[in-house]
Design a protein around this ligand. Structure first.
Ligand SMILES: C[S@@+](CC[C@H](N)C(=O)[O-])C[C@H]1O[C@@H](n2cnc3c(N)ncnc32)[C@H](O)[C@@H]1O
Length: 229
């Protein structure tokens, strides 16, 4: 993104807090901005592919509740999770779905509570090491074969936008690696020109059963180890 300032590290959480403060300061402005993003095609495909279980969907980083309202209209039970008190206030005016203030780095639900996790344009506010934690949390709260949707901006940079929100862009292979490492099998990964100007990556993935999860990579042999096996 051309208007971004390079920042060395976002992993200490300060930039995430700063991003949330920006949202809390202007919830109305963001409510207008997010309302025009059209995710209907992606959302209807996601809903159609959900495993048939009596569990809700988690909208992780639900913002002002646009997608929660559509899930509700389509008869898909969903719960919204967001860190921003201000945006959750706007969501309350837009949907009757349950809303929880919380962090996707520590999703406040038990394991296997959801049949789907919908994460639209939210993971992009996390540094890569935080995103790995969040995707691990999505796997934990999803039931086996549960469905995950993630939308992020495509690219190879990171930094702050003009309003001071942190953004991390993803190349296709980075996003694939993140999901596979957390125990997901990718169903589709497409590049699209929506919901805002620029290129976006949309991924649909299924939670593998733990029996099928890939083994963790072997640790690299320490240089000081005299007799590597
Ligand atoms: C660009 S907005 C997208 C909102 C909504 N998903 C949409 O598509 O309109 C990003 C959202 O992610 C939320 N968010 C960012 N980091 C989060 C975290 N660690 N835990 C929960 N919510 C977070 C922000 O508060 C904000 O609502």
């Amino acid at each position: 993104m051309s208007h971004q300032t390079e920042v060395k590290s976002a992993g200490d959480g300060e930039l995430l807090k700063q991003t949330i403060r920006r949202y809390d300061a202007s919830p109305r402005a963001y409510a207008w901005r997010f309302a025009v993003a059209d995710m209907r095609i992606e959302q209807d495909l996601f809903s159609a592919c959900l495993p048939r279980r009596h569990q809700p969907v988690l909208d992780a980083g639900c913002g002002t509740g646009r997608d929660l309202a559509r899930f509700r209209r389509n008869g898909v039970a969903a719960i919204g999770l967001d860190l921003s008190q201000g945006l959750l206030g706007a969501a309350r005016r837009c949907t009757a779905s349950p809303l929880v203030q919380g962090d996707m780095l520590r999703v406040p639900f038990r394991r296997a509570s959801f049949r789907g996790v919908w994460c639209c344009a939210s993971l992009l506010h996390l540094a890569p090491e935080q995103a790995a934690l969040a995707v691990g949390e999505f796997r934990r709260v999803l039931s086996d074969e549960g469905l995950l949707f993630i939308l992020v901006r495509a690219g190879s940079s990171h930094g702050l936008d003009s309003s001071g929100r942190w953004f991390q862009l993803y190349e296709r292979t980075e996003l694939e690696g993140l999901l596979k490492a957390a125990g997901f099998a990718i169903i589709s990964l497409t590049v699209r020109p929506r919901p805002a100007p620029g290129r976006w990556l949309a991924v649909l993935a299924a939670a593998r059963t733990h029996a099928h999860a890939e083994p963790p990579p072997r640790p690299a042999t320490a240089i000081s180890e005299p007799f590597p096996s």
